[in-house]
Design a protein around this ligand. Structure first.
Ligand code: FAD
Length: 408
């Protein structure tokens, strides 16, 4: 068995960035193991009905991290991307309003605006109440009862199912408070207020799907990636991993970007940490393609209505030029039997859930694993709600940290 200096599990954005950064620094002793036949993870695309479709759900590259976009442009130059100002909307009781809802209440009927304004005025964040730790209590505290009841709770119940009651509020704490005064001003002047939402400007490839940039990154390290290698076991005593086809790989350092739940056999880890892994929660998403064009300028619309199984529609004709049709995103717990013959793709691991227990579980797990030269990285390795630009950023930092540590 050939021992590598770095064994990277998973060829999604995290694994690919780390591998390419190691290569850039002159490192040659690394190997990436990927379960699928292709790299890119949740950011993969497929050609469907003559145009690209993001099989992991709608993916757009935020413009706001220049170090990350510069790095990605090494593989897919900026001229190969279109830039868009985000046009996203929410559907609330059948009415379509610009996103985010709290900045665009002025688009509601007058009577409704008054009700929303009154509920914002009495929201806990505006009356000086202490912020609750539970997500479902925190939403009305932050946005007011009316936005909570009419939009946020129904939408998030679609996203998280029964787990919504187990979520903490810590992952939303950076959101600015909704100001009564600013909301009132917005309703009077018909101008949205507040900070622009995350990914308010984004890149989307001109000719390809979002998956293309990751395929190119994988191609740059093609001799150091093995596909069809589903890792199922890890031995912390010998730093060995095993795959479903019976292969074994040993390394001086293992960097795992795959969900911790994928390890069905773990050797050398204390039982209480092993048990805590089974308490990590996650959600799945299925995308389904429909060939019709829709008369909307939106790139995507969020749907809060419980009677609709899906929670988001992406109108690809508005961002992949020359394409037609749209796709829906439906959470795993809401999938329904259908005899439609549309293209569908189910992503088992889509959303790491930010449960109340998660920070403590991950802190212990990652600290303990690092002492054994095993590092968790990315959306699944860290069980964090990272977008791909953030994932690339943390993988770039990890490369620096590993090279600094092992070159000492
Ligand atoms: C619906 C949806 C929409 C999103 N929209 C955006 C967006 O607009 N913009 C944005 O920047 N980000 C978006 N994201 C987030 C983005 O998908 C992630 O940040 C990114 O994919 C994380 O990269 P990763 O490498 O950490 O994980 P992943 O992409 O999940 O990659 C993990 C890799 O590990 C592999 N793997 C899993 N199990 C095993 C195993 N047992 N053995 C070997 N390999 C294995 C997988 O096949 C995969 O290739 C979205 C995510 C979802 C679900």
């Amino acid at each position: 068995m050939n021992t590598k200096k770095y064994l990277i599990l998973g060829a999604g954005p995290a694994g690919l960035t780390l591998a390419n950064k190691l290569k850039e620094a002159g490192e040659t002793s690394f190997l990436v193991l990927e379960k699928e036949a292709e790299a890119g993870g949740l950011c993969r695309s497929a050609d469907v009905d003559g145009a690209p479709l993001d099989i992991g759900g709608g993916h757009f590259l935020d413009v706001c991290r220049p170090k990350v976009t510069e790095f990605l442009f090494q593989f897919m130059p900026e001229k190969e991307w279109n830039v868009f100002d985000r046009d996203s909307k929410v559907s609330i009781n059948g009415k379509i309003i610009d996103c985010p809802l709290e900045s665009n209440l002025w688009q509601m009927d007058i009577d409704e605006q008054i009700e929303y304004l009154l509920s914002i005025a009495s929201a806990g964040c505006n009356t000086g109440e202490k912020p609750p730790q539970n997500y479902t209590e925190w939403i009305p505290w932050k946005l007011g009862r009316k936005i909570a009841e009419n939009y946020m709770i129904p939408y998030n119940t679609k996203m998280f199912g029964d787990e919504i009651d187990n979520l903490g509020a810590y992952w939303m704490e950076k959101l600015p408070d909704v100001s009564f005064e600013e909301t009132l001003r917005s309703c009077l002047t018909h101008v949205p207020y507040g900070k622009l939402p995350c990914v308010h400007r984004f890149y989307a490839p001109k000719e390809y799907g979002y998956g293309e940039v990751w395929l190119r990154m994988a191609d740059a390290i093609k001799d150091s990636v093995e596909y069809g290698k589903a890792v199922t076991g890890i031995d912390f005593n010998t730093l060995t991993v095993t795959t479903t086809d019976g292969s074994r790989y040993t390394a001086e350092n293992i960097i795992t970007t795959i969900p911790w739940m994928e390890f069905s056999e773990i050797i050398g880890m204390p039982e209480e940490i092993k048990t805590s892994i089974s308490e990590l929660k996650y959600g799945s998403v299925e995308i389904e393609y429909f060939p019709d064009n829709v008369d909307t300028s939106a790139h995507w619309i969020y749907y809060s209505e419980p009677e609709l199984a899906y929670n988001r529609i992406l109108f690809r004709h508005n961002f992949y030029y020359g394409s037609k049709g749209y796709w829906t995103e439906t959470q795993g717990h809401r999938l329904q039997q259908s005899d439609r013959n549309n293209f569908r793709y189910l992503n088992k691991y889509a959303y790491p859930f930010m449960t109340k227990k998660k920070p403590e579980i991950m802190k212990h797990l990652l600290e303990w694993a690092e002492k054994h030269n095993v590092y968790g990285l990315g959306r699944w390795g860290e069980h964090q709600y990272y977008n791909s630009d953030v994932t690339v950023g943390v993988a770039m930092d990890m490369a620096k940290r590993l090279m600094g540590r092992t070159n000492k």
